[in-house]
Design a protein around this ligand. Structure first.
Ligand code: FMN
Length: 214
């Protein structure tokens, strides 16, 4: 069985630009196919990360989560100990930066991505985890490919990620958008490739809901 989890262990530098805590990026691939445009674009952006930033890549299609069952007001959620939920929870808690790399499906995130986010609701209610406090101050990023040329049709996806980050007290680095339908087409979107070069170098302010003053 392939694990398809790539751990890039970097050589620790004495000082990293972001401060003493080494950054660790978790890339969650939400496409229903491997090697698609979203993944290609995410890899272009990730290539620019400094060598001392760790990267972990997990395909949500290869590690399918069960549908989320809402036990929040019924019994306690328990911390998952095996399977995709345990893998994804541990990887999430280990990350300073979570990158949702989901194609645009029906103007929002893919089902596997949405299911992963739904599981956050259970982790928020899992005794002993303190998931919200753990995630506060960390950074959420998005990468998406879409067939539509007018990028504003991705606003629901952007809103989902930004509002989720705001709810969690997380920082939000925005969403890197690329155009493409067939795998590989995003590599012809020169604007997207240019934005990928500096995407993760951007400042990621604390996320705010649209009604909150900037
Ligand atoms: C289920 C499904 C829903 C889609 N919905 C949209 C959409 O709402 N808007 C759009 O522009 N493209 C849509 N597309 C096209 C994909 O976003 C496009 O093919 C993209 O390149 C897929 O990303 P991937 O190559 O990373 O899998 C959809 C594709 C699928 C399979």
């Amino acid at each position: 069985m392939h694990m398809h989890i790539l751990l890039v262990h970097a050589y620790p530098h004495a000082l990293s630009p972001g401060g003493p805590m080494n950054r660790r990026f978790l890339f969650l691939l939400g496409s229903s196919r491997a090697g698609g445009n979203t993944e290609l674009l995410a890899r272009r952006a990730a290539e620019q990360l400094p060598g001392d930033v760790e990267q972990e890549w997990i395909s949500l299609a290869e590690h399918p989560l069960p549908d989320f069952a809402d036990l929040r007001h019924d019994t306690d959620h328990v911390r998952p100990t095996d399977g995709a939920a345990a893998l994804l929870l541990d990887a999430t808690l280990a990350a300073t930066d979570v990158v949702i790399a989901s194609p645009l499906y029906w103007y929002s995130v893919s089902a596997s991505t949405k299911r992963y986010l739904d599981h956050w609701a259970g982790w928020l209610r899992t005794p002993g985890l303190d998931f919200k406090a753990a995630m506060a101050g960390r950074t959420l990023w998005g990468v998406t490919a879409l067939a539509h040329r007018e990028q504003e049709v991705a606003d629901p996806l952007i809103g989902t990620l930004r509002n989720s980050a705001a709810y969690m007290g997380m920082r939000f680095g925005g969403v890197l958008l690329g155009n493409g339908s067939k795998p590989g087409q995003v590599l012809a979107d020169t604007g997207a490739l240019a934005r990928a070069k500096t995407f993760f170098a951007q400042d990621a302010p604390l996320a705010r809901f649209p009604y909150e003053p900037a």
